[in-house]
Design a protein around this ligand. Structure first.
Ligand code: ATP
Length: 229
């Protein structure tokens, strides 16, 4: 249930020319591990996440999600793959204002055609995992920024994704809450067996990740295993 990118190149139109955002990128993220992706602004981090999420097709190369090579898949097959195999967490939680914390999660199961009772049970398990059992019936405006981000993370795991893609999840939080969110993502990655990629600007949080990959001008530097830095 891993994520593999091989020989991925992505260009964008740039006036009359092409700008190379990802240049022959290879990345392996095994199941149950977390890879932090760090690099300066404009280096290609969001582009890499978008390609891994199958939201953008690369010009060349392959993206393999849990053993499925996504090259050439139809638009509907890619949509299904994203719904069932890929979880995404962005900077802003984008919760639905009228729904309770539990309902934010249950909606995901509903979209997947699962029975409401089982969905409620699963939602409550995940809310417990992110430390929010007591907040299940609260709406977003009754929660703190950190709590909203926890719900965002729990929601991304509702469909038991193989691959979890996380973009700057702590940018709206203070240092302490940010560190707690990264701890949570690391714990859940190991527990749920997801292949997780985490984009972050903040290296101070990266004590518990499995590998750190640096990106510069669309080139990946070889991964550094955490603990061997
Ligand atoms: N839709 C687009 N069209 C044209 N160029 C783009 C597009 N999106 C990104 N780029 C360019 O591709 C390069 C990589 O951008 P990307 O957003 O992936 O970087 P990033 O590392 O995520 O940056 P940041 O940390 O500022 O979010 C940059 O030079 C950017 O200007």
């Amino acid at each position: 249930m891993s994520l593999h990118l091989t020989d991925v190149t992505l260009t964008y139109p740039d006036g009359g020319a092409r700008l190379t955002a990802l240049d022959d990128v290879d990345l392996d993220v095994p199941a149950g591990t977390i890879t932090a992706l760090v690099g300066p602004s404009g280096s290609g981090k969001s582009s890499l996440l978008a390609v891994a999420a199958t939201l953008i097709s690369p010009d060349t190369g392959h993206v393999v999600i849990a053993g499925t090579d996504t090259t050439g898949l139809s638009r509907s097959r890619l949509t299904e793959l994203r719904r069932t195999r890929i979880g995404m967490v962005f900077q802003q939680p984008n919760l639905l204002p009228s729904l309770t914390a539990a309902e934010q999660l249950q909606v995901m199961a509903h979209l997947d055609g699962r029975a409401p009772r089982a969905a409620r049970g699963h939602a409550m398990e995940l809310l417990e995992a992110v430390g929010l059992t007591g907040q299940a019936d609260r709406r977003p405006h009754q929660l703190s920024g950190g709590q909203r981000q926890r719900i965002n993370i729990a929601r991304s795991l509702m469909n038991e994704p193989a691959v979890l893609l996380v973009d700057e999840p702590t940018s709206a939080l203070d240092q302490e809450r940010g560190a707690a969110i990264l701890d949570l993502i690391t714990t859940l990655t190991h527990r749920q067996g997801t292949a997780t990629v985490l984009v972050t600007h903040d290296r101070t949080h990266l004590t518990a990740v499995d590998q750190i990959v640096e990106i510069h001008d669309g080139h990946l530097r070889s991964p550094v295993t955490a603990g061997h830095r």
